[in-house]
Design a protein around this ligand. Structure first.
Ligand code: COA
Ligand code: ZN
Length: 324
């Protein structure tokens, strides 16, 4: 019998971002055929959204230089939305040519991070967004915008909620834009802040256009997801194994971990539509492919009711205890 958090069985939608946010900062290049195999396995786990790769400059992100091949060669499951991150119109054109179902355009809530990450001012990025929006609309492809540093910037500090809401308004008013992700790029968000910003967003726009994207840099990822659910959000980016991080944001580390989130939310009575055992099997391939352990506690500990053998000499211990 599962426990119910708020008295209602509710559907939570997860977008798996490990193959993009996760792999983009890995030093060891994951072979193209291994990426494709991982994505094909992820497609079988019941996820409805998978961010496949990024159509960015290969100099900026060498780990994803094989974006076209990967996007073209994965085996697509019906009902799964395959998205790709893009920084500009050129990226949008490449992604559409490779048959991405959704574009994820990135823009920062702070000038310092926008310049560091994208080598453009926010104004330049915004005009790239306008161009990409018109292009996506014409191509009939959805366009989500990921607003980086929406909960704080590692170089500028606090980003106030009004600034974030102003960006949201400008973004949502851009023709072609179909959704927005509030991104906690370096794990600066905390539950009270998340609750307030989610409420402010949902007072203006429906939950169907909102995604939240948390990094677990300071251990608050899952708490932030719960705070956002409590405020009415239901879609989250999570990353297999908890890998991830923006190479152009100082101190960035892994996203909130997909299998940990599914495990916790299922126990709380939420339905993520995901086959947890299958997801965990895929996560266990990661350490070999990236050359180091992953942050996932579940990869190490297994699920809550995965049992361990009794200690050696248990019968003797028991017999002695009973004879006392
Ligand atoms: N895909 C591939 N190549 C691209 C590109 C894209 N989306 N956009 C630009 N380029 C190419 C240009 O054609 C140019 O190539 P050339 O030298 O052969 O002519 C080269 O990159 C430089 O173009 P420029 O516009 O001067 O780019 P830049 O060096 O200022 O970099 C970005 C701008 C946006 C392309 C780059 O910073 C980038 O890709 N950033 C992504 C960072 C990222 O993914 N961060 C993590 C995710 S949040
Ligand atoms: Zn991220």
């Amino acid at each position: 019998m599962t426990q119910v958090w708020d008295g209602q069985q509710r559907r939570i939608e997860l977008q798996e971002v490990g193959m993009r946010d996760g792999l983009q900062s890995e030093a060891q290049f994951v072979a193209t055929e291994d990426k494709i195999a991982l994505l094909n396995a992820l497609s079988q786990c019941g996820l409805t959204r998978i961010e496949v790769t990024a159509f960015v400059s290969a100099t900026a992100i060498p780990a994803l230089k094989d974006a076209e091949i990967v996007m073209n060669e994965i085996t697509r499951q019906p009902g799964v939305i395959y998205s790709a991150l893009v920084p500009n119109l050129k990226g949008a054109q490449r992604a559409v040519a490779a048959r991405a179902n959704e574009l994820n355009m990135v823009l920062s809530a702070t000038e310092s991070h926008n310049l560091s990450n994208l080598r453009m001012t926010q104004a330049q990025s915004f005009s790239a967004l306008t161009a990409a929006g018109a292009y996506a609309k014409d191509a009939g492809v959805a366009l989500n915008v990921s607003l980086s540093c929406a909960f704080g910037c590692p170089m500028e500090g606090e980003v106030d909620a009004d600034t974030v809401m102003d960006w949201c308004r400008r973004i949502m008013d851009t023709p072609g834009v179909t959704g927005i992700s509030l991104c906690d790029t370096t794990g600066m968000a905390y539950p009270g802040q998340v609750h307030a910003l989610t409420r402010a967003f949902l007072a203006q726009w429906p939950a169907s256009v909102l995604t939240l994207h948390f990094h677990n840099t300071r251990g608050m990822g899952l708490a932030n997801i719960l705070a956002a659910i409590d405020a009415g959000a239901y879609r989250f980016d999570t990353s297999l194994g908890g890998i991830g991080g923006c190479p152009y944001a100082p101190g960035a580390s892994g996203n909130v971990c997909s299998e940990e989130v599914v495990h916790a939310l299922q126990l709380m009575g939420y339905d993520c539509g995901v086959d947890l055992a299958a997801l965990l099997t895929v996560a266990r391939y990661l350490p070999d492919l990236i050359g180091h352990e992953v942050p996932s506690q579940l990869v190490k500990a297994g699920q809550r009711l995965d049992l361990h053998p009794l200690p050696a000499g248990f019968e003797e211990i028991k017999a002695r205890a009973l004879s006392r």
